[in-house]
Design a protein around this ligand. Structure first.
Ligand SMILES: Cc1cc2nc3c(=O)[nH]c(=O)nc-3n(C[C@H](O)[C@H](O)[C@H](O)COP(=O)(O)OP(=O)(O)OC[C@H]3O[C@@H](n4cnc5c(N)ncnc54)[C@H](O)[C@@H]3O)c2cc1C
Length: 382
């Protein structure tokens, strides 16, 4: 076997590609092609790093819950054995005129995370004293949400690829993908790193998944990248923010969470965007700060850092893992639609992807969460 031929070719070394490649490297040779010099350069390195079991649709929540065990107590070989999670907590605040919205939200999150409870204004202020009592009337709260050490998790996946003698090739911009309709290997060309072939190609190119499909002559899945802005502000003077939960408000939407002594603030925007190196938008950053200032007694003098990332969704906002349903494209595997939950679902999605790629039974561990291959199949969208 030449160096450029493998059992599995993965395009993209963000959290989706890296996690799937790590699992697959335990069963065969894998080559991961990454365009950037840093695998976490795009969305994976720009997240809010939160494990939140009450986030997204009920099916998404199943994937998050099914990932918890691995994140808390990683499989041997993934990192140094330490948990990737640490306590954070999650709080949603409501104004006096949002009583009905609070009741609806409480009912919804309780259906999957029964430990949510309603906190009075006073109880809420005891946890986050900078909130403005003229704005916030009450909140709902759960301890379940955790911080994720995204860098350690991503490095753990990349480390497994290496230790299984598979390869990550950076600066490998995929420019062409071809396949004979009669079957056989997929051939993938890169701009500067050479050509590669494998019977199975896994499309984990994040916001570029439909671009990769187009290169391969496979119909698009209808992926919509949506830009989200974020700003880091100094921790308010006189407060130790480290134990504060992640906190969100709705209508207008915003959230903030502690980040190494500072606060990350986002306007929770989701602006459709072509796939690109997303840049923060001054107006959206100003909106984030305005919403933060309205809900708190803090005035922001100097943002320290701003950024934006693309969260990419398919039509039903559930994730996608499976072979393209058209037999003419056999061996073309979709791993996409990670949206705003690609980090916290990566343990479950990579296990599912590894089973489906190899044609083995759907993992029992996932079936126990009432998940099936049909829930993530690309065919549901085509
Ligand atoms: C502000 C923000 C907050 C978020 N908060 C959370 C959170 O709290 N919890 C959570 O779980 N998720 C969160 N997310 C979502 C999460 O970050 C994503 O779902 C996840 O990172 C997507 O991973 P990915 O591997 O699919 O994409 P990416 O990390 O973008 O990786 C795709 C890779 O494919 C590569 N690629 C593309 N085209 C080519 C090509 N032609 N050749 C070779 N390589 C190519 C790219 O260079 C890139 O490295 C957040 C996202 C944002 C923006």
């Amino acid at each position: 076997m030449s160096n450029n031929k493998s059992d599995f070719l993965v395009i993209g070394a963000g959290i989706a590609g890296a996690s799937a490649a790590a699992r697959l490297s335990q069963h065969g040779s894998v080559i991961v092609l990454e365009r950037e010099s840093q695998p976490g350069y795009h969305t994976t390195g720009r997240s809010a790093a939160t494990f939140e079991p009450s986030y997204g649709s009920h099916d998404v929540r199943k994937l998050i819950l099914a990932s918890e065990e691995f994140l808390r107590s990683p499989t041997v070989g993934y990192g140094d054995g330490s948990s990737f999670l640490s306590p954070r907590g999650i709080m949603a605040i409501f104004r006096a005129d949002q009583k009905e919205a609070m009741e609806r939200e409480f009912e919804d999150v309780q259906s999957t995370s029964p430990d949510f409870r309603i906190l009075s204004q006073q109880e809420t202020l005891e946890r986050v004293p900078i909130l403005d009592p003229d704005y916030m009337a009450a909140s709902i709260y759960s301890d379940l949400a955790q911080d994720i050490d995204v860098h350690a998790l991503h490095q753990a996946y990349l480390g497994v690829i290496k230790s299984n003698d598979s390869q990550l090739i950076v600066n490998a911009d995929v420019t062409a993908i071809s396949h004979h309709a009669s079957g056989g290997d997929w051939h993938v060309d890169t701009a500067k790193a050479g050509s590669f072939s494998a019977p199975i190609v896994i499309n984990a190119a994040g916001a570029w998944c439909d671009v990769m499909a187009e290169l391969a002559g496979v119909p698009a899945i209808g992926l919509e990248p949506r830009r989200r802005n974020a700003v880091l502000i100094p921790g308010p003077e006189g407060y130790d923010v480290s134990s504060w939960p992640m906190l969100g408000g709705s209508d207008p939407a915003f959230y903030f969470k502690p980040d190494a002594g500072r606060l990350m603030v986002s306007p929770e925007d989701a602006i459709p965007s072509p796939p690109c190196d997303a840049r923060p938008d001054e107006m959206d950053i100003a909106i984030a700060i305005d919403r933060f200032e309205n809900a708190t007694t803090v005035s922001v003098k100097r943002p320290e850092h701003t950024w934006a990332g693309l969260r990419s969704f398919v039509a039903d906002e559930m994730l996608v893992a499976g072979f393209d349903p058209d037999p003419a494209h056999s061996g073309f595997f979709w791993l996409t639609g990670q949206g705003g939950y690609g980090i916290e679902t990566s343990p479950a999605m990579s296990l599912i992807a590894s089973s489906l790629v190899r044609g083995t039974a759907f993992p029992d561990h996932m079936a126990a969460f009432d998940l099936s291959a049909a829930d993530v199949a690309p065919g549901r969208l085509k």
